[in-house]
Design a protein around this ligand. Structure first.
Ligand code: G3H
Length: 482
């Protein structure tokens, strides 16, 4: 199902993170292949986007908003017709459960329709004339140029379309490189793009980012870099652009979201929310809770209930009913997680839940690590996997200091039943992160909410109306009335 046609470069064979039992033991299944674009092919794809944009004079950037919406709606219909194969590939390529893969698909479709609605309203608001001091003006939202778009493996569809759709609908032309894991599912969607959009408006390239992306950035022909992924990669890419000060970047990056459980927390609620916040899709979400600050006075009771809840999570293959922990798609991730645990143990921590950190094929049993301290990697690094580091605290000032010093600033969750305590915490916390969740886990949704972060966690704001703004510039046509 996942076979693609060959280009000039070599083909990359894709093996699933799902291991199947065979007579030879557990074997990873080959699920398809994709072409590795050569640097020349990548430049040709870029040139196609440059020609279609034609310095803002192309058919797409000059098309009316209504017509562009019509193309996006036509694409969405073709995408929906391919739902079954896309969902299947999400499961086989990145090990996401069937329920979560369906959810990812459906919320992406909703996101596209919400973007269309928001654009219609925004267009209505901004296209009227105003007359001030004898000058009649009409404001518009104009495109920015050629957008290089890259998304992550964990939400290969939703996170990609979070940037790609608003960039496209605003009249930019696109060069899109699918993520390293979660590539094959873009092949049926590429066909839908080809059927729904004029030539050159959206160009998909498959290949190794470290080989093809530097040349694209160095060409100076990219006007907007949009990436949901790693802060390190984003910084390296920006530096490669010869006119970096003219490059717009719209980025969703690393995070180390904290769950803060105060002495007055409702423990069962904090357990339930922290559990799914930290471990859904094996903790592989940029929005996941990646460190827990736990008040010492309730530590024993919280840990007892939390470890029990972890032990009830169901492990299994993506199509099994009620499964919440599934195979990890990145082959090198398990070694990294083991290294984090060894480092924590060397600095005085322990895995405090039964079987925590045990490995079978591409499964990693979640590890609850306690007590975590500032000597450990798990205190600072974004583990992006099924480890829950827990730091005991007595004074809330320690937590605030941690958040101030952190390189990241996406979200926090606070758990307390005391409204005065909550009220006193909101202001200091909202000035450190871009979203404070009260008695609930961190998450992106609903997807119409603005999605951003402070410090190294983001640049620009995503989600529907904000994304429309991020991928366009407000311009004005003014008439002097005599
Ligand atoms: O990894 C980042 C995703 O946008 C997370 O979305 O919080 O709904 O899982 P989510």
């Amino acid at each position: 199902d996942g076979e693609m046609k060959k280009w000039d470069g070599a083909m990359h064979e894709v093996y699933s993170p799902i291991y199947l039992k065979t007579a030879e033991g557990l074997v990873s299944k080959r699920i398809g292949s994709y072409p590795l674009a050569t640097e020349k092919e990548a430049q040709e794809s870029l040139n196609a986007a440059v020609i279609a944009y034609n310095d803002g004079r192309g058919e797409w950037p000059t098309m009316s908003v209504a017509e562009r919406i019509h193309h996006v709606e036509s694409f969405t219909g073709k995408m929906i017709a391919r739902k079954e194969i896309v969902v299947k590939l999400i499961m086989w390529e990145i090990g996401k459960s069937h329920a979560d893969a369906i959810k990812e698909f459906d919320r992406t479709v909703e996101y596209i329709y919400a973007t269309i609605d928001a654009l219609k309203n925004l267009d209505r608001d901004s296209s009227g004339f105003t007359i001030v001091e004898g000058i009649a003006s009409q404001s518009r939202r104009s495109p920015l140029g050629v957008v290089l778009c890259m998304g992550p493996f964990n939400y290969p569809l939703n996170e990609t379309f979070t940037t790609l759709i608003p960039a496209l609908i605003m009249g930019n032309t696109i060069l899109f490189k699918p993520p390293k894991f979660g590539t094959l599912l873009h092949y049926p969607l590429q066909e839908a793009f080809q059927e729904a959009f004029p030539k050159g408006v959206i160009n998909v390239i498959y290949g190794r980012g470290n080989i093809i992306i530097p040349g694209l950035m160095q060409s100076g022909k990219i006007n907007v870099l949009t990436l949901i992924g790693s802060s390190k990669v984003a910084n390296e890419l920006k530096k490669q652009h010869p006119k970096v000060n003219r490059l717009r970047a719209v980025l969703g990056l690393d995070a180390k979201n904290a769950s803060i459980i105060t002495s007055k927390a409702d423990i069962p609620l904090a357990v339930k929310e922290t559990l799914t916040g930290a471990l859904s899709f094996n903790g592989q979400r940029c929005t996941a809770l990646k460190i827990v600050w736990l008040h010492k006075s309730i530590a024993d009771e919280f840990l007892k209930q939390f470890n029990q809840a972890v032990s009830e999570l169901k492990f299994g293959l993506p199509w099994e009913e009620g499964v919440s922990l599934t195979p990890l798609p990145e082959p090198y991730k398990i070694d990294y997680l083991k290294e984090c645990i060894a480092d924590a143990v060397a600095h005085g921590g322990q895995v405090v839940n039964e079987n925590g950190g045990t490995v079978k094929a591409s499964f990693f049993y979640p590890a609850v690590v306690y007590p975590v301290n500032k000597e450990m990697k798990l205190y600072y690094e974004e583990q992006f996997g099924p480890i829950v580091p827990i730091v005991p605290f007595e004074d809330m000032e320690e937590v605030i200091e941690y958040l101030i010093e952190s390189n990241y600033g996406q979200q926090v969750s606070i758990f307390s039943t005391d409204s005065d305590e909550l009220a006193a915490l909101i202001d200091p916390l909202v000035n450190q992160v871009s979203r404070v969740n009260i008695n609930s886990q961190s998450q992106r949704g609903p997807d119409v909410f603005p999605f951003t972060g402070r410090k190294d966690s983001a640049e620009g704001t995503l989600s529907v109306t904000d994304a429309i703004r991020s991928f366009s510039i407000r311009s004005l046509v003014a008439f002097k009335m005599n």
